[in-house]
Design a protein around this ligand. Structure first.
Ligand code: PBG
Ligand code: ZN
Length: 317
């Protein structure tokens, strides 16, 4: 059954997806929770963004609520890395601690990928031959998504680009009683140089090669459109382009092809560039940030994932 109601679950999500106007309700703030660190650590170049402990992430959310942030995208980074059979304890504990504390005050999306778990730093598991092992990868992603939902996640956000993952996760959630949990797919995700600061934060840099076998070649428009259309067909409730800045021409066409909300992820390298330029006195940070948000909206973005969401209230949104 095609369910259009999942994106109407809460007032937070309804405000986030309102098609008219622009306010901070349309912004999603990323968060990092990292196992095995004693104090929060700054993420290089990402002003006011930290690798948090499971304690300090709670304090951060408390502060963010004061700043009017309601939607979060959480990246959980475990300390142990392996090739399969991942330990999900830290992942699920972090989610359930957050949801126990904040409940329906926040909408918590969980980034769902393997690259913070795998020793290879890749988003998939490989066969001995070096080919992606689709079946094992989908199996692990399904377990990760299900454990997130059981821990109280408000939404699942697959970022891996493995073929068939959206359909698989939808099926896993549906048959386990989580039919109302929405999926926000990273549906058009390019291979990009703009993920640099993030890979430090999430401890997920590939240990060999790159991600070009699964992320989209930035030269290819058709592939980029097809990738989002396919996610919509497999049951994604929300679609996303990423990096925002290199996908600006695709947002409205994807919306017109799918009639789903399409968001833009202003990724770490985009936000970090603004921070670095401003630090050198070459740019007004606040003005530049607001400018980029307006352009995402102009291009048709329904919502924006941005490391600056917690500044929006201060900036008048
Ligand atoms: C990993 C993942 C990445 C980002 C979100 N999830 C990096 C990558 O694909 O290498 C990038 C986010 C950012 O740069 O802010 N699945
Ligand atoms: Zn990944």
């Amino acid at each position: 059954m095609k369910r259009l109601q999942r994106i109407r679950n809460s007032q937070i999500m309804r405000d986030m997806l309102a098609e008219n106007g622009f306010s901070r309700a349309q912004l999603i703030q990323p968060l990092f929770a990292v196992e095995g660190i004693k104090d929060k650590e700054e993420v290089p170049s990402l002003k006011e963004n930290y690798r948090h402990t499971s304690e300090s992430v709670l304090k951060q959310i408390e502060d963010d609520l004061e700043s009017g942030v309601r939607s979060f995208l959480l990246f959980v980074v475990p300390s142990a890395k392996s090739e399969s059979h991942f330990d999900l304890t830290f992942h699920t504990n972090t989610i359930s601690n957050i949801k126990k504390r904040f409940g329906a005050e926040i909408n918590l999306w969980i980034d769902t990928c393997l690259c913070s778990f795998t020793a290879s730093g890749h988003c998939c598991i490989f066969h001995q031959t070096g080919q992606a092992d689709l079946e094992s990868t989908l199996g692990e992603l399904g377990a990760l998504a299900l454990s997130s939902a059981q821990a109280g996640a408000d939404g699942i956000s697959p970022s891996d680009m493995t073929d068939g993952r959206t359909g698989h996760l939808r099926a896993v959630l549906d048959k386990s009683g989580y039919g109302t949990v929405p999926i926000m797919s990273y549906s058009t995700k390019f291979a990009s140089s703009f993920y640099g600061p993030f890979r430090v934060a999430a401890d997920c840099a590939p240990q060999f090669g790159d991600r070009k076998q699964y992320q989209i070649d930035p030269r290819n428009r058709s592939d980029a459109l097809a990738s989002s259309v396919r996610c919509a067909e497999e049951g994604a409730d929300l679609l996303m382009v990423k990096p925002g800045i290199t996908s600006i021409d695709l947002i409205r066409p994807i919306h017109e092809l799918t009639m789903r909300p399409v968001g833009a992820y202003q990724v770490s390298g985009e936000y970090g560039s603004l921070c670095t330029m401003a630090e050198k006195g070459l740019m007004n940070f606040d003005a530049a940030l607001v400018e980029t948000w307006h352009v995402f909206r102009r291009a048709g973005a329904a919502y924006i994932i941005t490391y600056g969401a917690r500044s929006a209230k201060r900036l008048g949104f």
